[in-house]
Write a protein that binds this ligand. Structure first.
Ligand code: PMP
Length: 757
């Protein structure tokens, strides 16, 4: 082959005594040619009519560009003044073209100093300014997955990505592209663009761009895609991402003015280019496991994609706008929203933190506020599988676009979801009723118990909370016994929270039984017990796990008295506890009725009551049970998607591992800071009891409030609760990571250092 090429170079290009070195190539075989006349690049292409047309067009573009710039390869014509050499008598399978060789270091191997980034942005802007006057028909007809206008061509490739963490990230950005880019696609400026400013195509000399090579990926597309691609590769393996991106945007804008609409989509286009790269790599690896050419930038792309998620997209937009000297108006400021709330809503609606947060977006364990911050969510108990999880969002979107009706009609989603949900329960819990909130579920559960037993009395644990309906408040000591509450109703039997930290019995070996004995004693005065309701870990009581042996001693007694045992799993259910899918399993009991809410729909308003066949049957006493929204197809599709994600992403196992890690870290901190009195809970349902001193265990409400607000200032969300509001509640989305835990632990440590210091 080499001899033949040397012959070709001599015969067609008059180059004698050439020295050939093979170079990297994707669509062609490339050789560096060295001889007396200088350095060249010979590109060898497999012969095809279309390829000839495409490469000829590429040559025309290069000749147009080279007319006033040294940055682009010169097309060297053969002795017949043709820009391509094809001679079937010489070789029918290949055709050739010769280009000048550009000196310089690949940007991939260079330090990307501010000067380099500036020169890079400026070069791309100037290039697009020149290209905008060309309209080559061959390129205009091209449709390739590397064109960000056709990004969605890559969507089916997501299935080649094996790692679920990676996959969900890519799916998330597909979703964001559809939301933020696709609707605006037709209003974005279109032009011929180079489309491949990756750092193996860009050459650098003395901190300036000295060459741009390989125009094989040119497309006629949204002009802004050029900049997005350039930024993507310039940021690969870098830190301080947004500032670096801004330098490039600013420089590009100085050569070719950008428009506001283009800056609006830029953040998402950068993510889209990264997703294209990893999708293409995933496919390539399946087809061609040995080759590493296309997967060359894969690791860097994954790393950048993860870091990109941690950048608030609205902040990116704002910064891009600023560096182009453009302006836009924020719809509402935080203080305006606070004022509006006060005007429109009752004062009983509270708002968290001394300085309220104006949320404008979220992704998995991160939330984005209007000030441009990215906030780590260590508190959201509702978003079980992560904010805006694409599998859940798409399930909802698709079903909503197809059918939404109620349980008086037949549709597949209800049956599919009920079957899947009930698989997570012991066989005797085999009937499910759907409603729209935890409150509606606890209300229904109590009604069912009353109907089933024909009794009225309900036993509750002090400091428990079960809902905001009339009946919900009646059974929630946390409400009726606090400010604005009207006290205990006659049909309520209260019992102490079986708390082994601050309660009456603290010996964990026997406390459960002792608390149970007291409770049973209490019940002896009650002739008409309908139900006993409890959370397995009392959330509003300050994340207090029911003492060991408590439920297993009480349940038989409740049943002996004709009552029904209800487990409120609204906060703890769906794998959050790590060791168990449901809280009652932790106590080795099986309730008669289970209440589900919050995490069941990952933020979509749905809830359910699961019960035994006998209870469901006695509830069917002639009165219809109907909920307009409960069990509708959209909710069912969402609920099913949530269960699928918990399973496919092993979120229960993650809750166990990360939860244990976090609890261990908190326990370590408690050795250093005596104000941490107790760390309790299970998996990613943790309470940190702040005290004045470890000995007295006196609650330190002020410190807990200080920590909550200080963490908020540091962009981390936690809550506080408990009878003294001194327990820090940590219950993040189950995708919370070890690294997220470290961030939380380090800040907590620092806050306590400063508080004490
Ligand atoms: N039960 C428990 C244990 C809860 O924590 C809550 C809500 N905080 C409810 C029931 C009521 O749920 P919802 O707010 O969905 O009505």
């Amino acid at each position: 082959m080499l001899q033949k090429i040397k012959l070709l170079l001599r015969t067609y290009y008059g180059l004698e005594d050439t020295e050939l070195t093979k170079m990297e190539g994707y669509e062609s075989i490339n050789y560096k040619v060295r001889c007396e006349k200088g350095c060249f690049v010979l590109k060898v292409y497999r012969y095809e009519k279309n390829a000839i047309r495409m490469i000829s067009t590429e040559n025309e573009v290069l000749r147009y560009l080279e007319s006033n710039s040294k940055l682009y390869p010169k097309v060297i014509p053969n002795q017949y003044q043709e820009t391509l050499t094809y001679d079937p008598s010489f070789d029918a399978h290949f055709f050739y073209r010769l280009l000048s060789y550009l000196e310089g270091e690949f940007m991939a191997n260079s330090i990307k100093s501010d000067a380099v980034l500036m020169s890079f942005g400026q070069t791309l802007g100037a290039l697009d300014m020149r290209l905008k006057d060309l309209h080559p028909i061959e390129v205009m007809a091209k449709k390739i997955p590397w064109d960000l206008d056709h990004f969605l061509m890559n969507e089916s490739l997501v299935n080649h990505i094996n790692n679920h963490e990676d996959k969900k990230l890519v799916q998330y950005f597909f979703l964001q592209y559809k939301e933020h880019v696709w609707p605006h696609l037709y209003s974005l400026r279109k032009s011929l663009i180079y489309n491949d400013a990756n750092d193996w195509n860009v050459l650098i000399q003395s901190d300036q761009i000295s060459g741009i090579i390989d125009f094989g990926d040119m497309v006629y597309s949204s002009t802004i895609n050029e900049l997005a691609i350039g930024i993507t590769y310039a940021l690969m393996n870098e830190d301080d991402l947004l500032n670096k991106a801004k330098i490039i945007v600013h420089a590009y804008n100085s050569a070719y003015l950008l428009k506001l609409g283009e800056l609006k989509v830029l953040y998402y286009l950068i993510a889209a280019r990264l997703c294209t790269s990893v999708c293409q790599s995933a496919q390539h690896k399946k087809i061609n496991p040995e080759s590493d050419y296309i997967t060359i930038s894969e690791k860097g792309a994954w790393r950048l994609l993860q870091k990109w998620l941690e950048i608030n997209p609205y902040k990116a937009f704002e910064e891009f706008v600023k560096c182009c000297d453009l302006s836009f108006e924020l719809v509402n400021t935080t203080s305006q929203i606070v004022e509006r709330r006060a005007l429109d809503m009752g004062k009983s609606l509270s708002v968290s933190y001394q300085r309220p947060i104006h949320m404008i977006g979220a992704a998995f364990q991160y939330m984005y506020d209007a000030e441009g911050n990215t906030i780590l969510d260590a508190y959201n108990n509702i978003i079980q599988v992560g904010h805006c999880h694409p599998h859940v969002v798409v399930a909802g979107q698709r079903t909503m676009a197809k059918l939404n009706t109620n349980t008086r009609y037949l549709y597949d989603e209800l049956a599919q979801y009920s079957e899947l949900l009930l698989k997570h329960f012991p066989s005797q819990l085999n009937k499910v009723f759907f409603v729209n909130s935890g409150s509606a579920a606890s209300d229904l559960a109590i009604r069912m118990a009353m109907t089933h037993t024909s009794h009225e009395a309900i036993a509750v644990i002090k400091h428990g909370y079960h809902g905001n309906s009339r009946l919900g408040i009646d059974i929630s000591h946390y409400k009726y016994n606090h400010k604005g509450g009207t006290g205990k109703k006659e049909f309520i039997i209260e019992t102490e929270m079986p708390d082994t930290y601050r309660g009456q019995y603290r010996d964990t070996q026997v406390a459960g039984r002792l608390y149970a004995n007291d409770f049973i004693e209490n019940l002896s005065h009650c002739p008409d017990l309908a139900a006993f309701i409890a959370e397995p870990i009392v959330g509003c009581g300050g994340q207090v796990p029911l003492a060991d042996g408590y439920l297993s001693n009480i349940y038989p007694e409740i049943r002996r008295r004709g009552g029904v045992c209800i487990s409120d799993e609204v906060q703890v259910g769906f794998g959050r506890l790590g060791s168990h899918f449901w809280g009652f399993e932790m106590h080795s009991v099986i309730p008669d009725v289970v209440i589900l809410g919050k995490p069941i729909g990952n933020g979509h308003p749905m809830a359910a009551v699961v019960c035994t066949q006998e209870i469901a049957e006695s509830f069917a006493n002639g009165m219809e049970f109907f909920s307009s929204f409960g069990g509708n197809p959209v909710s069912c599709a969402i609920g099913k998607a949530v269960l699928e994600v918990i399973e496919s992403e092993n979120l229960q196992a993650n809750a166990l591992q990360v939860g244990n890690y976090l609890s261990k870290g908190l326990n370590e901190l408690s050795k250093k800071h005596s104000s941490i009195g107790d760390v309790r809970g299970s998996g990613l349902f943790i309470g940190v009891d702040m005290v004045e001193d470890a000995l007295s265990r006196r609650p330190n409400t002020l410190l807990a409030q200080h920590i909550k607000n200080e963490l908020r200032e540091r962009n981390i969300l936690v809550g506080t609760d408990g009878p003294f509001d001194n327990v820090i509640k940590i219950k993040p989305p189950l995708c919370f990571s070890f690294q997220n835990s470290d961030i939380l632990l380090n800040h907590l440590d620092d806050i306590l250092d400063q508080y004490n210091g």
